[in-house]
Design a protein around this ligand. Structure first.
Ligand code: FES
Ligand code: FES
Length: 258
């Protein structure tokens, strides 16, 4: 009777290696090399892998999975019509603002609608621009932090952020300024709880939020004519690690820089 093979190929090699080690011989990997990646496999070819925040590279030929170019369109950003050409259908408003129009005050962090760093106003409505298709915003008015009125709430909030040490690295600041401007425009007398809830979609990894809340509360007090409460007052309960905000790198509240 014919003897059965004791093990299948992979386990067989383990037995062989174990035997070799026991015999004091050097073990070499005799397994066949993994199949090389196809040169044009979508998402598999490192040469075609998009950089973080970049749209996938267009693919020559008739690949049905290739991004579809769309007709040129205009975005109205901060009161200026901007022509967008060559954008793929799936490009987000965030990608188009930053990568095609060079508007870097709109920050790119999670790209999943979780952090608020890409906040803009779309026809006056607060949105995370990473969750909006740019082509869908073609007929809308888009306001970034840089386009908020110079005689409005945004500059007042920026100054309050600086006074209260609510700016450290400054990465989150443009998003907070846009969100806080939106809130105080609609609800200038919002309670601290309402304020915290309204800003829950904005993430700051540096300040602990207390100084941000204190800065916005101070602006509310100014608006109400009641003067400004001292920095670090009722809402300041953070880790207290903020130094001189005026020395905090890009953190001047404008969001300029990458
Ligand atoms: S980058 Fe848009 S919410 Fe985080
Ligand atoms: S993330 Fe650095 S100041 Fe908010």
């Amino acid at each position: 009777m014919r003897r059965r093979e004791p093990v299948e190929q992979g386990a067989r090699q383990v037995v062989t290696e174990t035997e070799a080690v026991a015999a004091g011989r050097e073990v070499t990997d005799a397994r066949p090399a993994a199949a090389s990646q196809p040169a044009t496999g979508r998402g598999c070819d490192p040469g075609r892998r998009p950089e973080h925040g970049q749209p996938p590279a267009p693919v020559a030929g008739d690949d049905p999975a290739a991004p579809l170019p769309v007709a040129p369109y205009r975005l109205h950003v901060d009161g200026v019509p901007r022509r967008v050409t060559g954008a793929a259908l799936e490009e987000s408003l965030l990608t188009v603002l930053r990568e095609r129009l060079g508007i870097t005050s709109v920050k790119d962090a999670c790209e999943h609608g979780r952090c608020g760093s890409c906040s803009v106003l779309l026809d006056g409505r607060l949105v995370n621009s990473c969750t909006v298709l740019a082509a869908d915003a073609a007929d809308a008015r888009i306001s970034t932090v840089a386009g908020l009125p110079a005689d409005g709430l945004a500059p007042v909030l920026q100054q309050a952020f600086l006074r209260h040490g609510a700016v450290q690295c400054g990465f989150c600041t443009p998003g907070f300024i846009v969100s806080a401007t939106d809130l105080l425009t609609r609800r200038p007398d919002a309670s601290e709880d309402e304020l915290r809830e309204a800003l829950a979609g904005n993430i700051c990894r540096c300040t602990g939020y207390g100084r941000i809340i204190a800065a916005i509360r101070a602006v509310q007090a100014e608006l109400a004519g009641g003067g400004e409460p001292a920095a670090g007052g009722e809402a300041a309960g953070d880790a207290g690690t903020v130094g001189d905000a005026s020395a905090a790198g890009p953190g001047d509240g404008t969001g300029e820089g990458a």
